[in-house]
Design a protein around this ligand. Sequence first.
Ligand code: NAP
Length: 371
Amino acid sequence: MNERLPISSHLKPTVAVYGAAGHTGRFVVKELSRRGFTAVAIGRDQAKLAAAEFPAGVRRELADINDPASLARALTGAAAVINCAGPFLDTAEPLVSAALRGGVHYLDVTAEQASAQAIFERYAAAAEKAGVVVVPAMGFYGGLSDLLVTAAMGDWTRADGARIGIALDSWRPTEGTRVTGRRNTVPRVAISQGELRPLADPAPNIVWPFAEPFGAQEMVELPFSEVVLIGRHLQLSELHTYLNTAPLRDLRDLATPPPVAADASGRSAQTFLVEVEIRQGNTMRRATARGRDIYAVTAPLVVEAVDRILDNRISDKAAAQGGVFAPGALFDAQSFLAELASEGVFLSIDPDQPLRARTSRQAAPTGGGGL
Ligand SMILES: NC(=O)c1ccc[n+]([C@@H]2O[C@H](COP(=O)([O-])OP(=O)(O)OC[C@H]3O[C@@H](n4cnc5c(N)ncnc54)[C@H](OP(=O)(O)O)[C@@H]3O)[C@@H](O)[C@H]2O)c1
């Protein structure tokens, strides 16, 4: 694929990116520049910042996560900051604090449940006081599933249960993913009987009948930050997230190399399919998204979010007073997801289906934790 042309030439606000020299941070800086934002690339390592290839006009700023003065300096003049420096258990709270002090909107891309949960619990009041919008977990794991579940819910305000099935054809992890995996030892939670409860031990295994080309996949229940987001704004009695086991084998193999660009956009050849099923009574609603490269796709997700926040295309409550929000509570989920088609993410929302007339693709799970 050829390098895409910038889609906007008029000047938009300045958006800072922390962890900008990392794999995901570089995608985010590039996407901001492509969409006409002035990007500030912030990092803790002078040499890595200097070596990173950013689009023309991107300013570089050095700031240590444990040095509030350096963070304040780096955020000066920015309307929003996107945190791409994980483990977020180490970086989210100091950067949210700096953003609130500076009156700067904050977004991050955490997949770590505990970091997203801490932001909701500890910063909601301060964000409202500062009139700042804070959105944790606006990445592939987290925000995308939250938006899909919200879009599939449509006019339902509550549901008996939801399942999220994530299929990856492979997973070449970045160093950041490996470090985060080692750092994040907090036990995972799912929603059961309407509450966040510890994931069953051992985690349930099921077979998920995905659409082609994935087909039937062996899955294990593995909830990420989407559970925290969804639990904040939708009433679900059950919510269970499953990942196919093949990419987990890649991830657990220390010999698996990091992702490599498969074309000029920098995206790898990795493909994903996310299927969401929601049940209310005897009716099933479904939504799916498919695309390429879970790291690269995080950039259009979080940049679309920042664009909407800075453009006031957000819920009335957020626009009026700020606070900590799940993407599904902040944005119009369907139009947000539809916007991603230009980034190679394809969405479908199926019409209601009677639960008893399941097709083979919608067969019941073979293990626990299902609908
Ligand atoms: N939710 C999702 O779907 C999603 C998608 C993509 C990424 N992520 C998460 O985002 C994080 C980064 O991933 P990546 O692929 O970009 O990894 P990466 O290429 O290794 O980059 C990580 C970046 O974070 C910086 N960093 C890490 N800890 C820091 C700290 N304590 N203080 C300051 N900077 C710090 C690193 O700086 P140094 O180079 O100086 O170490 C580096 O710039 C990971 O936690 C990953 O799980 C989540």
